[in-house]
Ligand binder design. Structure first.
Ligand code: SF4
Ligand code: SF4
Length: 110
């Protein structure tokens, strides 16, 4: 299954778009400013639903996935997850290095 955005209550905050692991939420600035989900790339991961402050992301019961497009979307989500893990590791390592430097400086000052 996929999800869709109910346009009326949507405030175009962009949180769903930033949370989506498959980049399948698009923002259009022409005409009515709006966020729209391309269901072909949706893997029903629920991340956008969880961050939406207006609770306006709902099941798209009419959409039926083509198995090939669904497999491609899942593959894209895997790549996204790998990138997020690498980022998290890099941030943690940087924080630990900074903490060690502070501890060493404090110890030298005694
Ligand atoms: S359910 Fe997941 S894949 Fe589908 S639009 Fe929301 S965040 Fe993207
Ligand atoms: S998170 Fe909700 S309110 Fe914000 S842009 Fe997405 S659908 Fe709209």
């Amino acid at each position: 299954m996929a999800v869709r955005i109910e346009l009326e209550p949507c405030i175009n905050c962009g949180l769903c778009r930033r949370a989506c692991p498959t980049d399948t939420i698009h923002f259009f600035t022409t005409g009515r400013r709006t966020h729209v989900i391309d269901p072909a790339g949706c893997i029903d991961c629920d991340r956008c639903v969880q961050v939406c402050p207006e609770d306006c992301i709902v099941p798209n019961v009419e959409y039926v996935h083509d198995p090939v497009e669904l497999a491609a979307a899942k593959e894209q989500a895997k790549v996204w997850a790998g990138r997020q893990n690498r980022l998290r590791r890099a941030v943690r390592e940087r924080a630990m290095t900074a903490a060690r430097t502070v501890a060493a400086t404090a110890s030298d000052a005694r």
